[in-house]
Design a protein around this ligand. Structure first.
Ligand code: PEP
Ligand code: MN
Length: 379
């Protein structure tokens, strides 16, 4: 796919030292002491590049802690002066942008609820005109790539050169092991759409708990994400927001030390030869899959012809339920994920219905008067 625009590579970002870029700090700045104690421990590790702390907090329900507001900006400034880390916070309107820039905040991020609202993003973009800040755009809370791309585009059009995305997962009504479902394909596709776009993963908001943090961080590294944003609080048990997902600075460093960093590329010829051979096998299987699907659709079209001659409907729910049940059991026995089998069968079924529909209606005059007022032949 053609990339729509290029942004500055992450190596040009201030405070960037190595992959992964690490942004860490509490969900919210609560007191100057909490901010400074957390920041000092994180900085001492030498592994954290940028300190984060929310000061204007978008909370789901009113009556919960909504952040310290501008009172906390001098605390962030002190973090920068004393520790040398860059500083970052969330902005959700023009005033936030002006205030944050006034206090030398290096990285401003657009929160998930704001990205979902183009009016808010435009207001932020307008306020950013002429500034030299680095801007990170979190994914919208709903799994919609276009909204995410659109928000990045608005920031880019405001003249911001250093732009990145933060993948923090997508909300859903279903209860899953995640607070926000990752849908990894969405950020991967985003990277293809915007050339060079640095992507940071935010495992804290994806997980919503501490237990899955390492697994999700590792997955992000294996998918070649550029950085991690992880919440850390000097004492998570008393945190005023997102207590369940925050870790102490010591636990955070431990997590970072356990990450296995893999290279995106290699020049080792033995490895490259082996990889080429294995990829050759994958190509053969992919071709076979397509052939099999073609043959399957041919049979479906023959069935459609029979159904047509006998005046029988296309959809046979009982038969389809049996197909799903049988193949789900078979797939799971062979080590394939049940979600994968379900999704794959659903897509095959849709395609099959589409083919059958065509056969059923072939050669029949169908009027499309509501659409274009002319008679067309569907087939
Ligand atoms: C946060 O980073 O603390 C936050 C509120 O994140 P999100 O916008 O991803 O919910
Ligand atoms: Mn949070």
């Amino acid at each position: 796919m053609k990339t729509i625009f290029e942004v500055a590579p992450i190596t040009q970002w201030p405070h960037h030292k190595r992959r992964p870029l690490v942004i860490s700090g509490p969900c919210s700045a609560e007191t100057e002491e909490q901010v400074m104690l957390t920041a000092r421990e994180l900085a001492a590790s030498g592994k954290v590049d940028i300190f984060r702390a929310g000061i204007w907090k978008p909370r789901t329900r009113p009556g919960t802690f909504e952040g310290m507001g501008s009172t906390a900006l001098p605390w962030l400034k002190r973090v920068k002066e004393e520790t040398g880390m860059g500083i970052s916070t969330e902005v959700a309107n023009a005033r936030h942008v002006y205030e944050a820039l006034k206090y030398g905040v290096d990285y401003l991020w657009v929160g998930a609820r704001s990205t979902a609202n183009p009016f808010v993003v435009q207001e932020i973009a307008d306020a950013l005109q002429g500034s030299d800040a680095t801007v990170l755009v979190k994914n919208p809370i709903n799994p919609e790539l276009e909204l995410w791309v659109g928000a990045i585009e608005r920031i880019q059009k405001a003249g911001i050169k250093r732009i990145g995305a933060i993948h923090r997962g997508f909300s859903s009504y279903e209860k899953t092991q995640f607070r926000n479902i990752p849908h990894w394909l969405i950020p991967v596709e985003l990277k293809q759409r915007v050339g060079n776009l640095p992507i940071i993963c935010d495992p804290s908001h994806i997980c919503g708990n501490r237990t899955l943090l390492l697994e999700v961080s590792q997955k992000a590294m294996d998918l070649n994400f550029d950085g991690l944003m992880l919440e850390s609080h000097i004492d998570p048990s008393v945190a005023l927001s997102d207590a369940a997902q925050q870790v102490t600075p010591r636990a955070l460093i431990c997590l970072l030390n356990r990450l296995v960093m893999r290279n995106p590329e290699s020049t080792d010829s033995n490895f490259l030869n082996e990889l080429e051979e294995l990829r050759g096998k994958i190509d053969i299987y992919d071709e076979q899959l397509i052939d099999i699907l073609e043959q399957r659709m041919k049979v479906a079209r023959t069935i459609a012809q029979c159904k047509k001659e006998n005046n029988i409907t296309i959809l046979q729910t009982k038969r389809w339920a049996e197909v799903v049940q049988k193949n789900l059991a078979l797939g799971v026995k062979k080590g394939l994920g049940s979600d994968f089998i379900n999704n794959m069968l659903r897509l095959i079924h849709q395609e099959s219905i589409h083919h059958q529909n065509k056969v059923m209606n072939e050669g029949e005059q169908v009027t499309h008067e509501l659409n274009n007022g002319v008679k067309t032949n569907v087939g």
